[in-house]
Each structure stands twice: as C-alpha cells, then as structure tokens.
Design a protein around this ligand. Structure first.
Ligand code: DX5
Ligand code: ZN
Length: 223
C-alpha cells in the first residue's frame, strides 16, 4: 500500500472556468494541488478539440506547479518540442497514436522533460510493456479520452493492479497515473489498486463546493 502522503492529486483544467482560470489556479496551488493536468485534443485522435499552446503558455505564467501535459493527438512526436517550449514539465502521449513510442520518449527527454506514456481503456498492457523501463510515468485511462465528466470504467481497477505489478517488477520509480471519472469514491479505489498520481477534472471544478474544498475532499478520501 502506497503512503497517502506520496499520492499526487492534479486538477484537470479541462473542467475549469476559463474566465476565472488564473484565480482558480492560484486557489488550487495554495490548497496543495500537486500538479496541473493539461488536456490537448486534436479532433482526430479523439472526437473533441480542447485547448492548446497559447493557453498552456498562459497557465505556465499563472502557476509554479508542475504542468502534466496529456497529448490526445495523432503523431505526438510532431508536437513535443512546441509543448515543451510552451511550459509543460511532464509530457504524456498515447501509445496508440504513434508507431515510434521509444523515439517520442527520447525526444521528450531531449527537451529536458519527464516522459510518460498512456493507453485507452481497451488497449492491452502489452502496448506499454517494452517501453516501461524507459518512462517515468504511465497513465491508465479510466474513461475513453475526449471529454470530462464521464463515468469511471470499473473494469480498469484490475488493469491498474496489473500495471502496479509490472512497475514493481521492471521500473519501481515509475509514477502510475489515473485519469477519468475520479470522485471521492473512485479515488480511494484507484489508490488501493496502486495509483500514485490522480487526475480530477469535474470532481475539482464542478462538484458543488469551491475548487479548494473539492480538492480537500478528494485528499480526505484517501487519508
Ligand atoms: C479526458 C481527459 C481528462 C478529463 C478528466 O479525456 O483526459 O483529463 O479532464 O475529467 P473528469 O475528471 O471529469 O473525468
Ligand atoms: Zn487527461
């Protein structure tokens, strides 16, 4: 069981109020968020378009927290340099989106950033088995990427457990991130399954209370 103090929680700005984004980022930084999750969608790899480089540059100026950039786009290798230069600290790309996973990891690290790889709910763990020793972060999607506010896919708990075992065997420093459908109940389940880096969008920005109160409720759920 992972120490609760070592579990990072990161708000996903996809669900933020963009008219209040600067204030919300400051509020969350003060409230102890561990990182900011930044979702990039290209309308091809996923059926939606979100936010891109100018917004990332603005967020970089608005927070000192690490920015975890989740690239939901085809051919991520083309975009590594631009998102690194715009202020990402960690760059996570989909294994399904490129045949050159190792090359993309090298180019992220070549820019001095932390590299992570992710897979969709129905993609087998064999897609990341060979790259695991080379990455600092694996993201297991617990919804189909493209939209905030979807329901957690319960079957992914078993997959998270298997990734935790793979990490223990092959790369014990690797962070195991989970993204999609996180709330006060599912955060407990994914942490019990082995996650140590959790993304939360609607549970932080549209769960009734203020973002800082919602973040505190998520943190309390794993104490
Ligand atoms: C989904 C995105 C997520 C999204 C999560 O495609 O990758 O990061 O913001 O939102 P919630 O937490 O509302 O499921
Ligand atoms: Zn995401």
């Amino acid at each position: 069981m992972i120490d609760a103090r070592d579990i990072w929680i990161g708000p996903s700005v996809l669900s933020a109020d963009f008219l209040q984004l600067g204030d919300q980022l400051l509020e969350l930084e003060t409230a102890g968020a561990d990182f900011i999750h930044f979702d990039v969608m290209d309308g091809r790899f996923v059926p939606n378009i979100s936010i891109g480089l100018p917004v990332l540059e603005a967020i970089r100026r608005g927070t000192s927290l690490p920015i975890d950039c989740h690239l939901m786009l085809d051919d991520p290798g083309w975009w590594v340099e631009a998102f690194a230069d715009a202020g990402a600290d960690r760059i996570v790309f989909h294994a399904e989106a490129t045949p050159h996973i190792h090359r993309v990891v090298q180019s992220i690290e070549g820019k001095g950033k932390i590299a992570g790889v992710t897979i969709n709910p129905a993609t087998s763990l064999t897609a990341i088995d060979e790259i695991l020793p080379y990455v600092a972060q694996v993201l297991i999607m617990t919804v189909n990427p493209g939209f905030g506010g979807q329901s957690f896919i319960e079957g992914m708990l078993e997959k998270i457990k298997r990734v935790r075992e793979m990490i223990e065997r092959r790369n014990s420093d690797c962070r195991l991130e989970v993204d999609g459908g996180i709330n006060q109940q599912t955060i407990r389940e994914v942490v019990d399954a082995g996650a140590d880096m959790v993304v939360a969008g609607s549970a932080v920005f549209s769960a009734g209370n203020s973002p800082s109160e919602n973040l505190a409720a998520l943190r309390n759920a794993i104490q």
